[in-house]
Every structure is written in C-alpha cells, then in structure tokens.
Design a protein around this ligand. Sequence first.
Ligand SMILES: *Cc1c(COP(=O)(O)O)cnc(C)c1O
Length: 395
Amino acid sequence: MMQQYDLSYILNHLGEEDRARHRGAVAPPVYQSAIFAFDSVAAMRAGFNDELDTTLYTRGNNPTVEILRRKLAALEGAEDALLFGSGAAAIAAGVLAGLRAGDHVVCVQKPYSWTRSLVRDFLSRFGVSHCFVDAREVAAIEAALTPQTRLIVLESPNTLTYEQQDLAAVARLARARGIRTLLDNSYATPLHQSAIALGIDLVAHSATKYLNGHSDVVAGVLCGSKALIREIFSGPYMTLGAMLSPHDAWLLIRGLRTLPIRLRQIAATTQAVVAFLSQHPKVEQVWYPHDPADPQFALSQRQTTGASGLLSFTIRCDSTRAIERFCDALRRFLMTVSWGGYESLLFPVAAVYPPDTKVTETRTGTVPVNLVRLSIGLEEADVLVADLAQALDRV
Ligand SMILES: *Cc1c(COP(=O)(O)O)cnc(C)c1O
C-alpha cells in the first residue's frame, strides 16, 4: 500500500523530515557533489545493487534530487518518479524504455512539437512505426491499434488547441491488450489531473512549466510504478544520462511549494481574461478547456479538478500584419515560447510564418496562423484585461 499524504505535507515536509542531519536547516541543502563515498567494500557493493535508491553517483541519484523525486511521485499518486534535465528528456525516456524494432506506437494528433519529432522522425530510424490519431474519441485509438502496438502516447489537454482524451477509457482499452500508456500531464498538473489513478502507466511533465513556475529552470519528471521506474532507470535514464542538476532540483523544490496558491490565483484571473476575450468583437474564437463553450468541457469537468492559465484565441483579420500590431502593442505580456510562469506570456503562431501571411495560407493540419496563445501569470486581472483591450484596438 502506498502511503497517503496531505498536500501541504508533501510540499513542505516530504523527503525533508530528517532535518537534524542538516543542523535543523529548514531549506534543504544543495548536495553539490558528483560522487558519494562508502566506508567499506560491503557498503559499496550494496550501493551497486541498488543504485536507484543509493547515493553513489549524481547521474543516478542525489540527495537533493531525491527530495524532489519523493514529492513529485506523491503529488502524482505514483509509487516512484525520476527527474530529468528537461520535459523532453522525460518523455523520450518514457517512450524509448519499452520499445524495440518492429513495434508500433499510437500518438495523439497534435502532441508537443518535440514529442511529434521523437515519434515521427526519431523512432522511425530504429524500426518503430507509428500513427497519429485524433484521439478525442477513444474509438479512434482503438481503430489505430495493430498487433504490434506497444505504446499509446497521450497529451490531455495539449497546449495550443487543448484537445483531451478520456484517460480512464484509453487506459482500460490499453490494459486489456497489454499496451503501455504514457501521458504528458504538463497542462493540468498533478494537482488537477490524477492520471495514475485513472489507470495511465507513465505520467510525464515538463516541470519547466507550472511545477517550477518561475521561468528559471528547465526540468522534467516521469512518474509510474516502482517496477516501471526501475526499468527506465537502468535503461534510458542511466544510459542517456539526461539527469537534473542538484541546484535545479533545489530551485524546483522551492518553486513547487507555492504551486497550489499560484494555480488558484491563475485560474481565477484566466476566467476573467476568457470572459473578456469571448465577448470582444475582434476575437474570432477562444480555446480554453475549462470554458463551458469548449466542445470537450464535459470531459474536463469530469476528468480534472481545477483550471489552468493557458488559453488560445484567434483574431478576426486577413493577414498576420494585424496580429503583429496586436502583439507588439501588448505591454504586460512577454513574447516568448514556453508557459506556466509567474508572469504573463504571449506566443503568436504568426512568428513561425513569413511576414504578412494571409490567414487563408495556414498550413494544412496545423493551428491557424491568426492564433495567439496566452499564459496567464500572477498579475491583477484588470491590468491584463486593460492591456489586451488597448492592444486589440490596434488590430
Ligand atoms: C514545454 C513542454 C514540453 C517539453 O518540456 P521541456 O521542459 O521544454 O523539455 C513537453 N510537453 C509540453 C506539453 C510542453 O508544454
């Protein structure tokens, strides 16, 4: 049986109970050490036999990283977890672990861009085939399975158009056939979507986003059963070596402490922003899975327990010239990739197109060129709404 902890115990204490070891220090030390010494050959031999849970070499385990590992496993309701130097590394390790030449992977239609590259361009070089499916209906996944399918890669919601999968239904389908499931849960966070409890085998996060929340660390985590985590540890984790540094783990422990309060504030502000955008004449469509107007709102109500601060909208216009005027006029949104920080951010799809592209020239199968994604931060709602209003006047 797994131990159950309350939320504030996980964030404030779990993994940090032995404060006497550090002369009572409330903030845990950064163990900035690559290697750990043993007192005897017998102790070293025992270490080699259990490298995942021994401090032997920091590519495998480190005491500061281990604190974070325990917290994130507990938050996700998983038996164990592994920390990586990026979300992409966590996803890659989870995907690569169970595959060999001849296997087949089913992946959602619009995953994170580097997940798409991993499945489409990278796996194919090693004899692993794939297909991308619109997985909003579980039947589409079922139809895509072949006798060689070993893995289903999910992302619910994804981060530009917020498509969701019915996780419990996909997990049932996969388990009945012995197929592994991996979910990118970055958008919902472990606080709002308990995918392990729904039957998903491996849950990955870009910890760069809400988990850290301060735009100063790139990190990833993979959560799962003890057996799966052990398999991944002695496979891609140790061989590819994409571990998290102790210092970045320390920053993440600190960022994580305020996750619930950040998310609560962000969700409330986002609701005000969505309400403003939804009624604005220059806004064509708003994408936000926690808005009753979203076609999959019922699923987000059932499957998640709270809202997030990432949303998209399209602007009524003919060319990206108008989008540029809008984006360049914003003063309180920083124009960046990524999301999930304390500060509000903006990502215009127009930036990946040449200047003055017509909206009708959107590449087929991709999101509209007039789509803008906002990541809502901790600013006052009225400040953000006023900024959006003045910038929309420039369209
Ligand atoms: C950012 C992101 C990733 C990749 O994470 P990194 O930490 O940047 O490597 C994966 N999935 C989603 C949904 C993301 O937003």
